[in-house]
Design a protein around this ligand. Structure first.
Ligand code: SAH
Length: 247
């Protein structure tokens, strides 16, 4: 059997990659991925053969990686963050029955929710839902229904793909739905370019979030009814009884 590794490289910075991901990439000869992600790792693995594909070429990218592996070349297909969270691991496994000589190993990575959550403080310390606002593969009606359900359930909400040039109003739409069940002062956070050049973060109210313009390199956090701002941090209490501060 020939191995194809589907590797989550984390949000961007080399130190946020897992040791397992680094070792797997060191041992593969060919690395396949979206151009932007290949550029994030190229300097750390200089002697590899790189195959890059543009965005929206997901199936072609997966097939290239499967074919390369089938030819006997140790190959890795890289994804940003985690390879299973809106990554290529699912599609590769759906295509795998056409490549009987290939065995797939999925290598996890630090997804944007976790890396961004750490930058904000501890917004995900209680139950959460992750929802993508991209309607490229999911009908908008379904996305709306999910937002309504998780807003009513008082889950912390983490939004991926909050908007792009073509989908400017999606974040506003999502906030309007959540405002139907949550206070306008609900504590929210935005993190942009996590672990990359231009990293930025902001804590703001749900009402203010609805007016924000974001881009495709941003992850959005909407707190639950208990989430609070403690100094510069966004924190969702787990429920511990915290004794008043004494000196
Ligand atoms: N597999 C990736 C998610 C891919 S979907 C992961 O696990 O993180 C793409 C979305 O992920 C982006 O629109 C953004 O919402 C989020 N994202 C990925 N990398 C990011 C980063 N470095 N900074 C902020 N958000 C990021």
């Amino acid at each position: 059997m020939n191995d194809l590794y589907v590797v989550g490289i984390g949000p961007g910075a080399y130190e946020k990659m897992t040791l397992e991901a680094i070792r797997v990439l060191e041992n593969c000869q060919t690395i396949v991925g979206y151009t932007v992600y290949i550029d994030l790792i190229r300097d750390h693995f200089p002697d590899k053969t790189y195959i890059t594909t543009p965005m929206r070429q997901e199936e072609a990218r997966c097939r290239m990686a499967l074919e390369k592996a089938a030819s006997g070349c140790p190959t890795a297909l890289i994804c940003s963050g985690d390879s299973g969270v809106y990554g290529m691991a699912g599609l590769v496994l759906e295509l795998l029955p056409g490549y009987p000589k290939v065995r797939v190993k999925v290598i996890p990575g630090v997804t944007a929710a976790l890396a961004g959550g750490a930058l904000l403080g501890a917004p995900l310390a209680h139950d959460l839902a992750i929802i993508s606002l991209s309607d490229l593969l999911t009908p908008m009606e379904k996305i709306r229904a999910k937002l309504e359900a998780v807003a009513a359930a008082d889950l912390v909400i983490c939004l991926y793909n909050p908007s792009s040039k073509k989908r400017k109003d999606h974040l506003k739409m999502a906030c309007t739905i959540v405002l139907g069940c949550r206070h306008k002062d609900t504590v929210c956070g935005i993190v942009k370019n996590i672990g990359r050049k231009g990293q930025e973060l902001k804590i703001l109210t749900l009402e203010a979030l609805a007016e924000m313009e974001t881009d495709m390199f941003t992850t959005v956090f909407i707190g639950n009814s208990q989430t609070k701002k403690i100094g510069p941090y966004m924190v969702t209490p787990r429920g511990y009884t915290v004794a008043p501060h004494t000196r």
